[in-house]
Every structure is written in C-alpha cells, then in structure tokens.
Design a protein around this ligand. Structure first.
Ligand code: UDX
Length: 426
C-alpha cells in the first residue's frame, strides 16, 4: 500500500485517485477550489463520469479531499500532477498550474516521486527536474505517466489500459510507479521522460489524423457517390489499418484533441519544424464543423428567419463536457446566419452555454415547428425517438445526421429528407 497525493480534482485527477484507492492505496486529492473540495467531502461528484461516483463512494475510507498542500503531501510516496494545461493565446500549453504545484513542494522532506499525469509539452519533465534540483528537492524523483483515458469510459480505460507508459530519469522511480499499478493488467512501456511525453502527444495526433482522414474521405464520397460507412468498414478490416476512429462526422471536440493538437503544432514550430500534416488535420476539423451549414443552406436557401434544432450538445455521448464541442460552433454559425436555435441534451446545461438558444426537455419538444434538425451528439436516446412523429411535428422534416447514427432508409420512410456525412443513402 502506498500513499498517493493527487493535485487536481478534475476528470483526470478524480479518476486517477479513485482507481488508485480501488487498488488499495491511501489517496489524498487536493484542489484549489473550496466548493469542489466541499462537494467531494459531502459525497457529491462535481463532474459527470459513469461509475466515478460509485467508485469514490466504495473507497471513501481510503480517500481524503483537501485544499491544504501540507496535508496532501504529508508522508506521500507519490505526488501525482493532474492539473489543467489549457492552451494559451499563442496555442502553447499553459503550464502555470504545473509550476504552482512544483513550487508548493518546497521544503518537502521525504523522498517521493513527482508523477506527471497532465499532458505537457516534450521537455517539461527536464525543466521540472531542474526546478526541483534548484529548490533543494533532489530527493524527489520525476516520472512521466501520461493518461490515455477517454471521457465517458475513463474508469475502464484506467483499469484495463492498452498500455501504461512510464518515463523516468531514474529507473528506481519508474519501478516504483510500475509497482503502484500492480493489479492492473496491461503492457508497460518503459522509456525516457521525453519519449513518454511524446507518446501522449503523438497518440492523440494519430487518432485525430484518422478522424480528419475519414472525414475527408467522407467529403469525397459525397462528391462521388460512395458511402463512407461502407468504405470505413472495408478499409477497417485491413489488419494493418484496423476499425477504430474511422467514424466520419462533424469533427472532433473535447478537452484533449483540440488543445493537444495545438500544443504539438506549437511545440514543433518552436523547435523549428513546420508540422504540415498536423496543420492540415486541424484545418480539416475546423472546416468539417462548418460544412453542416452548407448542407442546411442547400435545402433551405438562406437560413435567415429559420429555426434549427440541435440534438445533443456534449462533444460526445456519456459526458457533460462541451469544451470545443461542434455544437458551440454550429450554434454560433446558425445565429450569425440569422437562424434561431432550439436544443436538447440529456445532461448538458444548455442554457449556461447557449444563452440565446431555447433549451428543451426532450428531442421531440426541441423539434416542434423547426425547419431542420442537426444530430450533433450520438446520444443513445436519439435511437429511441419516434421519427415518424418527429417528422410530423417539424415544419420541414430535414435532418442532418452529423454522426451517421441513424438509418437513412428508415428516416426517409419516416418522411425525412435525410443527409448524413459522406453517405449516399444506401
Ligand atoms: C481522447 C483520447 O481518446 C484519450 O486517449 C485522451 O486521453 C484524451 O482525448 P476524449 O476526448 O475523451 O479522449 O474522447 P474520444 O472518445 O477519443 O473522442 C474524441 C472526439 O473524436 C469526439 O468528439 C468524437 O466524437 C470524435 N470521434 C471519435 C470521431 O469524430 N470519429 C471517431 O471515429 C472517433
């Protein structure tokens, strides 16, 4: 059993803390937001992540929440950093929360390992190492142990990882972090710190590249009469390619991909390299979100005075996260075109993020009287909608299925003009 301090009670910190507690370790989670710590102490989880509340409750006697650094680090063997690293105005990662944690460790007496879970630019570990040494903390080790958890599936991803990446300056600290994961079955990749940092950025870049690739194939399918769903199936069965992350749609969003792609682009640029492919991946994604507007205009002409329903606001299902969600870009573009926006999402607080839109309690209610609907997030609830009834309630039964979730033939039979992304209607 080890003692683990986790800095940051966001998605990553809470999942990391809960999963280490489940393994039997004593975990103290520290955050700077008093309301967040108070809520956690009351047993309330401030974010939506399936299974997290239960996991935290089940391990409550091994979990402590605090605002106090001294309490968090007391006797800790591991100091996990899981603070946010949002993009700055220049697109670089803002590491100020990381530096605050490093500075707060001043005076720490016991040997411990500082473990970086937050996504940081390559070279951050080396800078932290110097900063620790300058602060007289040579006895504190440094390990990069990036997270690969997808929101909505984070606990499963942590407990059944494809791999655990451990990059350390000193092998003993790497061994200790590997031992901390005992009980979790998954291959361990041991490497130097810079490579561990790059693995995280490169893995995300590879996934985004696949999404922008299949989205461009979808756009060419639309121009040529092929169906991207069949195409993705056909290429995904090639064992060298594989089937995941080949779902065409209205672009990726979320807290990681957009931010990490910008950070990698800036990291390359600052190192004197123009990362042409990544630039294209980012640009394709931006354009992909906007293509929906073109589809609506093709059917409706000008959007001025029309009303459009957005079905789903989260950047993907099973999360309340709307960071960089295509819904925000769409709502903004629709407003700029003079359309009014109605919206439904089963868990996102729509009014908070889209003050000009009207928010509705069910898909059918959001669809009442609209000129078009856009399926933005593939919430399972949308598979249950009575689309024949929906077509009747809309003033014009046009649906742009931004996630290729529904069956085009069924929707057409229900009375819809159906447009997917890269679909020919087969
Ligand atoms: C991602 C990575 O998967 C995870 O490893 C990393 O740690 C953080 O970033 P997350 O952002 O939670 O996780 O979601 P993910 O399920 O990967 O989806 C990202 C975005 O890509 C979503 O907007 C999703 O809709 C989109 N996507 C995904 C596609 O458009 N097509 C696909 O085939 C897959």
């Amino acid at each position: 059993m080890s003692r683990v301090a986790v800095f940051g009670a966001g998605y990553v910190g809470l999942v990391t803390g809960a999963c280490f507690a489940e393994l039997g370790h004593e975990v103290t989670i520290r955050d700077v937001l008093p309301e967040r710590i108070d809520a956690l102490r009351r047993g309330e989880v401030p974010i939506f992540e399936p299974g997290l509340e239960e996991l935290l409750a089940r391990n409550a006697d091994r979990l402590t929440y605090t605002l106090d650094v001294a309490e968090a680090v007391r006797d800790a063997d591991f100091l996990y950093v899981a603070v946010g690293t949002p993009p700055t105005y220049s697109g670089d990662a803002d590491l100020s929360a990381v530096w605050t944690v490093v500075d707060e460790l001043r005076g720490l007496e016991q040997p411990a390992a500082l473990v970086m879970k937050s996504t940081v630019p390559v070279g951050t570990g080396a800078t932290v190492r110097h900063r620790l040494d300058d602060a007289g903390l040579g006895h504190v080790g440094y390990v990069s142990n990036p997270e690969f958890t997808a929101e909505g599936n984070a606990i499963r991803d942590f407990q059944h990882p494809d791999r655990i990446v451990i990059g350390a300056f000193d092998a003993a600290h790497g061994d200790a972090v590997a031992e901390l994961h005992r009980g979790i079955d998954g291959p361990i990749v041991r490497c130097d710190v810079a490579s561990a940092e790059m693995i995280k950025l490169a893995a995300n870049a590879a996934l985004m590249t696949r999404i922008s690739f299949i989205n461009e194939i979808a756009n060419v399918c639309e121009a040529t009469g092929a169906d991207v769903v069949r195409v993705a199936e056909g290429i995904g069965l090639d064992s060298r390619i594989g089937p995941s992350f080949l779902r065409a749609g209205i672009g990726y969003g979320g807290s990681c991909f957009p931010k990490d792609s910008l950070a990698l682009k800036q990291l390359a640029a600052s190192s004197g390299y123009h990362f042409q492919l990544l630039n294209a991946v980012i640009e394709v994604n931006e354009l992909q979100k906007r293509r929906v507007i073109g589809k609506l205009k093709r059917h409706l002409g000008s959007l001025r005075g029309t009303s459009v329903a957005l079905l789903g606001l989260a950047f993907k299902p099973n999360t309340d996260d709307t960071r960089e969600a295509p819904s925000l870009v769409l709502a903004g573009r629709l407003a700029a075109e003079g359309a009014t926006v109605r919206a439904w999402d089963p868990i996102v607080d729509g009014q908070a993020i889209l003050p000009q839109a009207t928010i509705h309690a069910s898909p059918l209610e959001a669809l009442a009287g609209v000129d078009a609907a856009v399926l933005v997030t593939e919430w399972p609830e949308l598979a249950e909608v009575d689309w024949t009834e929906a077509a009747r309630t809309m003033s014009n039964a046009l649906l742009v299925d931004g996630r290729n979730m529904l069956d085009p033939a069924e929707l057409r039979a229900a009375g819809f003009v159906y447009e997917g992304i890269g679909r020919n209607g087969q």
